[in-house]
Design a protein around this ligand. Sequence first.
Ligand SMILES: N[C@@H](CCC(=O)N[C@@H](CS)C(=O)NCC(=O)O)C(=O)O
Length: 274
Amino acid sequence: MVSHLTKSENMNLWPCVLGGIGVGIAFTLGYKEIFSLEDSNEKPKYAAPSKFLYFNIEGAGEKIRRCLKYIKMPFIDKRFVDRNEFLKLKKDGTLTFGQVPALELSDGTMLFQSQAIMRYIGRYAAEVLKDERLYPISQPKVCAVIDALCCQDDDIQIGLRAYRYGRNGFDFDNLPALNGETAKKSIAKRLCDEVYPQHLARLEKIISNSKTGWFAGTATPTIADFTLFPTVEWIDRGIDAKNDVQYFRKGLVNKYPNLMKWMSKFNNEVLERL
Ligand SMILES: N[C@@H](CCC(=O)N[C@@H](CS)C(=O)NCC(=O)O)C(=O)O
């Protein structure tokens, strides 16, 4: 093709040609990635954990406090001074499910349910702090193993939760049909003789097969280890020897040597260094 433009006119066109090519490439790759036009207006994906709300006991909350300390996240450790302080939040609707643990984030968002909270902390550490130890988001299959172990923890606790908290329906102390102490005694026996040994045997097998000594086979403990530790510890202690669980037996974990080793490892390598 013959050009009708002079040489200098031809030279002047180059910026337009290059610009056009640039815009083409930008649209092909997606302008967002190149110019980050939208990013500047987007809200940050994560807000930092800021305040943890729970009773002044270990209970279901300690694993969360431990994870926050493990990733060196500063947070307000709000422990209710009495039950009324908790009931006030329950009544005013702050607690979506009427329960704690709850984690307030720096933008005011409230998170509930310990499993969801643990995962959020794990993801926050991985994405924002670039610390994948608790929840390796770059390895989805490992995360699925971790999630399964956390769900298993819930299954292990089902019997105890039903037994212990009348609000779940099995209100031994107030439902005459449930036969009070007699029923409590035989259910506790069944849990200690059959249910917990089955769960512990499965956990023993998993931890025996782990090359690293942590539940998901990772180099460092994950939220699965932080979640299972208090549960296995409670079972071993005969729950916590309070009146409402007086029929539980202590020392059930002694029969499982690798679970015992894992407990010492968690104590020495995690708890003592927090
Ligand atoms: N599935 C919940 C269970 C939480 C739960 O049971 N919380 C208890 C304290 S450990 C609670 O808030 N109970 C309400 C009450 O005592 O009225 C979780 O894992 O966060």
